[in-house]
Design a binder for this molecule. Structure first.
Ligand code: 5RP
Length: 239
């Protein structure tokens, strides 16, 4: 196991300890979230956990949860979730985050907003003083609007690329049938302002700025895990 995977695993291990029997949980996407999903499956299998259900944030998470025999449900049955566990691409000291490296940001944000408690899990390379330093901001876009959206996002001061992938010609298509763009804004001094500006562009489905959602983060390091609370309570700004 690589050292990064071990750090992600350590963070996931601490976050999974917050799960209590009877809970309905938002299941995040990405390699760190998959570590948590594997652990939840093992705890269910051993009988240490029981009577829990999950709402997956992506098809990746859905398939992995089915493999691990985690009972799944929907937001229609449980519009409010007890707990959400997810990874992140970058996290600042207010526990604001950039997400969407795996392209699941739209459903991930819907789940984040539905959770009473929302915990981020990451290895220590994800911590930053300011969001956007060395990190692109993913944005999900309705395909019909892709060109005007790119122009509008560039006007806000970024360089934009459409996300493509190996294994398919043309743009990445999200689980929701949309495109993804990655915007390079450099350091984002006022993420709350930027979030509003991007959302005011018609055709933008969702951004990877996760502001005021996380109330706790576990950050895996070399042989240890840091437990972080938001330094300023940005959750107050949550709409
Ligand atoms: C997917 C995400 C992931 O949580 C994020 O990209 C982190 O991934 P990983 O845990 O593999 O480092 O936002 O949309």
């Amino acid at each position: 196991m690589s050292s990064t995977t071990a750090r992600k695993r350590r963070a996931a291990f601490r976050a999974v300890k917050h799960i209590e029997n009877g809970m309905v949980i938002g299941l995040g996407s990405g390699s760190t979230a998959l570590q948590a999903i594997k652990m939840i499956g093992e705890l269910l299998d051993s009988g240490e956990l029981y009577d829990i259900m999950g709402v997956p944030t992506s098809s990746q998470t859905m398939f992995e949860s089915i493999k691990m025999k985690i009972p799944l449900t929907t937001l229609d049955e449980y519009p409010q979730l007890d707990l959400g566990l997810d990874g992140a691409d970058q996290i600042d000291n207010k526990l604001n985050a950039i997400k969407g490296g795996g392209g699941a940001l739209f459903r991930e944000k819907i789940i984040a907003a539905a959770c009473k408690e929302y915990i981020l899990m990451a290895d220590n390379t994800k911590i930053t003083e300011t969001l956007g330093i060395g990190q692109l901001l993913p944005i999900e876009v309705y395909p019909f609007a892709i060109t005007p959206v790119i122009k509008a996002i560039e006007k806000l001061g970024s360089k934009v690329t459409i996300r493509v992938t190996n294994g398919k010609l043309g743009p990445v298509i999200t689980d929701n049938g949309n495109y993804l763009i990655d915007a390079d804004f450099g350091p984002i001094q006022d993420p709350w302002w930027l979030e509003q500006e991007i959302h005011s562009v018609p055709g933008v489905i969702e951004t990877g700025l996760f502001l005021g959602y996380a109330n706790l983060a576990y950050i895996g390091g070399k042989g240890s895990v840091k437990r972080l609370k938001p330094s300023i309570d940005d959750t107050l700004k949550k709409k």
